[in-house]
Design a binder for this molecule. Structure first.
Ligand SMILES: [Zn+2]
Length: 376
């Protein structure tokens, strides 16, 4: 919940870092439109607002992690998951990102740069809110803004909402990275970064909350603020660089993407007792999770972008079990796996709900997915 001065400071840095030549001519008020909508400048901001199910692209629903362990039923042959649909966070955030990127790219191509900037400013506001300060508690795997108040009986949200960004941040720099040459892929990759960088900011924010509550934290509040600021600046810079590069047809073609560049909308989680067997880990492009009776690792992959997906699947201390390869929301192939063998897998034309579903009689062992690559 950073204030107007913060948004303008971070946005100005992002425009400079992204190398936008006429950055100084853009009216920085535009990156405050989502907040202006709630105040006396509503009429000015309203034409640029985007809503999904009546919710402004500003305060999207988080995905409750309990969705991953709450919806189970007991069958004759053991427990089954009864729900692993994409959460509302993915739907709301991807939809908003797509709207603003498409608008900005379209207007830039028509040389309506000041008008394009108004839409891009709204996208940057969302990124900045999500990765710096109190709103970092929300997001894909987040929670509501007041959970720490309820748990502690103290006014933690108020404290976190009033974090003053250090003046030295206005001199920080990052290198721009163009996410993609296509809007579809850029939206997926931007969303994945929002999830991962948001998780990093959330941990930094929680560390500051621990300092406020108990005077015990791993880093100083200033160090945590710098982590959040750099997360926000880096993603805002990449979003700006990507929009301008796509509009100007100079984004490089990248022939392949690693699985870890995307963010799963459903994944096994860790926990105590039997749930510990489902622990989910990412290390580089290797993804591992414990085998439960049923587990899913699913991604929302842009359609019509990739020729095929390949990976190697390895079992550790598990099996026999059934592994399903999911493409477009349906099982494309399934086979039995047993022992510590490495099994190459391949999906043609992956798109939509894509990934893995594991069915096992015993909640035992671990699955490792290595070298997952989408090829164009
Ligand atoms: Zn805001």
């Amino acid at each position: 919940m950073p204030g107007e001065a913060f948004h303008k400071c971070l946005t100005a840095r992002a425009l400079v870092c992204a190398g936008v030549p006429e950055a100084a001519s853009f009216d920085l008020d535009c990156c405050c439109y989502p907040d202006y909508y709630w105040g006396p400048r509503r009429a000015e901001a309203e034409p640029y607002m985007y809503f999904t199910d009546g919710i402004q692209f500003h305060y999207p629903p988080h995905t409750p992690v309990e969705d991953f362990y709450r919806y189970w039923t007991q069958g004759e042959d053991g427990p089954h998951m009864i729900r692993f649909r994409p959460g509302d966070n993915l739907r709301h955030v991807e939809s908003g990102m797509r709207f603003y990127i498409e608008k900005a790219v379209c207007l830039l191509r028509r040389s309506e740069r000041q008008e394009a900037w108004k839409y891009l400013g709204c996208l940057l506001h969302f990124i900045e809110d999500s990765l710096f300060g109190l709103h970092a508690l929300e997001g894909a795997d987040g929670t509501d803004l007041f959970v720490l108040d309820r748990l502690s009986g103290r006014e933690v949200a108020k404290h976190l909402a009033e974090l003053p960004p250090d003046e030295s941040f206005s001199a920080l720099s990052v290198s721009p990275r163009i996410l993609s040459d296509s809007i579809d892929e850029a939206v997926s990759l931007l969303y994945a970064r929002y999830v991962r960088d948001g998780a990093s900011s959330r941990r930094a924010l929680f560390d500051t909350a621990a300092d406020f509550l108990y005077g015990a934290s791993r880093r100083t509040p200033e160090e945590n603020e710098k982590i959040m600021f750099l997360n926000a600046l880096s993603l805002a810079t990449d979003a700006v660089a990507t929009v301008f590069a796509i509009a100007e047809d100079r984004a490089p073609f990248v022939p392949e993407r690693r699985l870890a560049e995307f963010s799963p909308f459903a994944y096994p989680i860790g926990g105590a007792g039997g749930f510990a067997l489902r622990r989910y880990e990412e290390k580089g492009n290797d993804i591992a999770f414990g085998v439960n009776c049923e587990a899913v690792l699913l991604y929302a992959v842009p359609r019509g972008v990739y020729r095929h997906f390949s990976a190697e699947v390895r079992l550790e201390d598990a099996g026999p079990l059934v592994l399903e390869l999911v493409n477009g929301g349906v099982c494309a192939e399934k086979f039995e796996l047993a022992g510590d063998i490495v099994r190459p897998v391949r999906l043609d034309a992956p798109g939509g709900e894509t990934g893995f579903r594991v069915l096992s009689r015993e909640p035992r062992g671990r699955i490792v997915i290595e070298n997952g690559v989408f090829l164009k």
